[in-house]
Design a protein around this ligand. Structure first.
Ligand code: 5RP
Length: 226
């Protein structure tokens, strides 16, 4: 198989649609993530639009792509349960804990994922890491708390910077924190959640993936959380 990054994303996106096939039923609502890998998943999912009821999107960008593909998009408040949420990640460790938010959609991603029965993460092999933190950790912050959160990030050993020219779908800035070696992902996720002014941090450990599909030179492999 190829090592071309785009082809790997394409392969894992198609594998995800095949994986969730058992849950594509007439009453099913599917949770859909955000990013370049999720975009390819959306394109493949739209070809199956007659097989399921609707989707919930984790960003305006994803909602628009789903609608253009003919899929009904519901708001999360209209949905009590979803069999599966499918999304990419910036990093994923062997416990299937992730860093997400490179595309800035972390808050809605975390909310939609929290409602889904299963989280299916779709990545190429370059996203696999032993420990999280080489990818700068995104934190969505209320505007007035940017400086105080950045000071706390420095105290934690990180190097924070504001993502320039960017606002989330919720109208907030993102602080990216480089230089963290995250050995206790759930612990740091809770600690950052507790900082006043933090909307969401990009550690997905309290709600980690249940399954990861990983595309590499030997094909798409399935990893289960353990
Ligand atoms: C967006 C995300 C994405 O899942 C993450 O950035 C991976 O994106 P891509 O598939 O483009 O590499 O968390 O907020």
């Amino acid at each position: 198989m190829t090592t071309d990054p785009q082809a790997l994303k394409q392969a894992v996106a198609q594998a995800a649609v095949d994986y969730i096939e058992p849950w594509l039923t007439s009453d099913a609502v599917i949770g859909v993530g955000t990013g370049s890998t999720a975009d390819l998943f959306i394109d493949a999912l739209c070809l199956k639009r007659e097989s399921f009821r609707a989707a919930v999107a984790s960003s305006e960008r994803t909602a628009e792509r789903l609608r253009q593909g003919g899929v009904t998009v519901l708001t999360l408040n209209d949905v009590a349960s979803m069999p599966v949420y499918v999304d990419g990640a910036d990093e994923i460790n062997p416990a299937l804990e992730m860093i997400k938010g490179g595309g800035g959609a972390l808050t809605r991603e975390k909310i939609v994922a929290s409602v889904a029965e299963r989280f299916l993460c779709i990545v190429d092999a370059s996203k696999q890491v032993e420990w999280l933190g080489r990818f700068p950790l995104p934190i969505e912050v209320l505007p007035m708390a940017v400086a105080s959160v950045m000071r706390r990030a420095v105290a934690l050993g990180g190097q924070p910077s504001i993502r320039t020219g960017f606002m989330t779908d919720n109208g907030n800035p993102i602080v990216d924190v480089a230089g963290l070696k995250i050995l206790d992902a759930p612990g740091l996720e809770v600690e950052l959640n507790n900082l006043p002014g933090v909307v969401t941090n990009g550690i997905f450990a309290l709600r980690r993936a249940d399954v990861a599909l990983v595309a590499g030179p030997r094909g798409v492999e399935t990893r289960l959380s353990h």
